[in-house]
Design a protein around this ligand. Structure first.
Ligand code: ACO
Length: 380
């Protein structure tokens, strides 16, 4: 006897579980918009700061509004001493996503009112986490490399400041713009797994820090944001362009998943992958990494031949791997980069959830036995 409702959907596929005014996705046609503006327009014309304002306020800012928002964000770039001490106490061989998750969780303890959930308080906490997370990732990376922490520079944009804190040298305008495009394209994406996690957590009226911590934990999985690291490992495993075909065909024969392909919602090419492909090609050319781009492009062509009929195309993680490599990032920083940007989306969803909250509490379909006699332990 099953208590199944007819609406059971494995993996919640097709279930509408929230309303949002932030991003719109048409998976069949490969369309993504933030508050109605196409991702292509934002990637080519906007900045990360402006995009975050758009997502959080559901409209583009005027120049004075953008200036004020940018100033507020920059005023939260710096880490307090207690936070720096906690980063220095982390094991140097920790994985950056575990470090980020742990430190973001600990930020609640530097907040005198961590549980305050008014929309105004949530916005303030969101800004603090968004502004502070780049310093956390950069400081942890420098700590594990035995280098001193580089203090943030409030004269720099979100993207320039992160690259400055990571490398201790001022990045070129081209690198900053490339990084900013990555931040814009990763900022929000409907009810993906990590965003859903954040909304589920805040729906208990828990707190912003718990929601962000849970979301980071979700994002690092290889089926979600962790796929960009999987893509890079795959590219590194393929010794040369002529080995792409046998490598991929072997994986297909073994029914292995090809990282950076497939999506629950997109059954066409992910529009973010289209943006990042152009960016990856340019950066690869500029930085002497054309072999990576060419291998990626060859993989895409084979996958199109083999899997387009199943609606499996490149997703956001596929070309972001080459892009991050060309920007000079270590492999295990790729998924943290995704997190730095997606904090904007997670926080926006938390605020939406708090503005019209109802506890998430789905049901299970019990498929076990009934009326089972209790057997005494000596008789089992
Ligand atoms: N390579 C090979 N086959 C694939 C791939 C892939 N990347 N993705 C899906 N398939 C196949 C599955 O094997 C399955 O085949 P079958 O019907 O013959 O058994 C079919 O497509 C459906 O797969 P599901 O896992 O049911 O599809 P789902 O919607 O749950 O999967 C997911 C989405 C998890 C993203 C999947 O496409 C995948 O594992 N991709 C690789 C990991 C990846 O790139 N993740 C990043 C996604 S984007 C993001 O989260 C930011």
């Amino acid at each position: 006897m099953s208590t199944a409702s007819s609406t059971f959907s494995k993996g919640l596929e097709g279930v509408v579980a929230a309303q949002t005014e932030m991003s719109f996705i048409n998976g069949t046609e490969g369309i993504l918009e933030y508050v109605g503006i196409s991702i292509g327009d934002l990637a080519s014309k906007s900045t990360f700061e402006e995009t975050v304002f758009l997502l959080w306020n559901k409209r583009l800012p005027t120049q004075p509004e953008l200036d004020a928002f940018t100033k507020e964000l920059r005023s939260d770039y710096a880490m307090c001493d207690a936070l720096k001490a906690r980063i220095r106490a982390l094991p140097k061989d920790a994985q950056p996503m575990h470090a980020l998750r742990t430190i973001v969780s600990s930020m609640a303890m530097d907040d005198p009112n961590p549980n305050e959930n008014s929309v105004e308080a949530a916005r303030h906490k969101a800004l603090r986490i968004l502004a502070g997370a780049p310093a956390v990732v950069a400081a942890f990376d420098r700590h594990r490399r035995g280098l001193d922490i580089v203090e943030p520079d409030q004269s720099l944009s979100f993207s320039a400041n992160f690259l400055w804190m990571l490398n201790g040298e001022k990045p070129t305008d081209a690198m900053v713009r490339a990084f900013d495009i990555c931040m814009i394209t990763h900022a929000d994406h409907g009810l993906n797994n990590s965003t859903f996690t954040a909304r589920v957590i805040i729906s208990t009226l828990s707190d912003m820090y718990s929601a962000m911590t849970g979301a980071i934990g979700s994002l690092r999985g290889p089926l979600h944001g962790g796929a960009n690291e999987g893509v890079m490992k795959m590219l590194n495993e393929i010794p040369s362009l002529d080995q792409v075909e046998p490598y991929i065909m072997d994986k297909i024969k073994n029914k292995d998943r090809i990282m950076g392909f497939g999506h629950r919602v997109y059954k066409a090419k992910d529009p973010r992958a289209a943006e990042l492909m152009t960016l990856a090609k340019q950066l690869a050319d500029d930085t002497g990494n054309m072999d990576l781009y060419e291998k990626s492009h060859a993989i895409e062509q084979i996958m199109e031949r083999e899997y387009a009929s199943k609606g499996i195309y490149p997703n956001v993680d596929f070309y972001s791997a080459t892009t991050y490599h060309c920007i000079g990032l270590q492999l295990d920083l790729f998924t943290p980069m995704f997190a730095l940007s997606r904090i904007a989306g997670w926080a926006g969803h938390v605020i939406e959830q708090l503005s019209d909250n109802r506890l998430y509490r789905p049901t299970t379909d019990y498929v076990g036995p009934h009326n089972v006699a209790y057997t005494a332990i000596e008789d089992r």
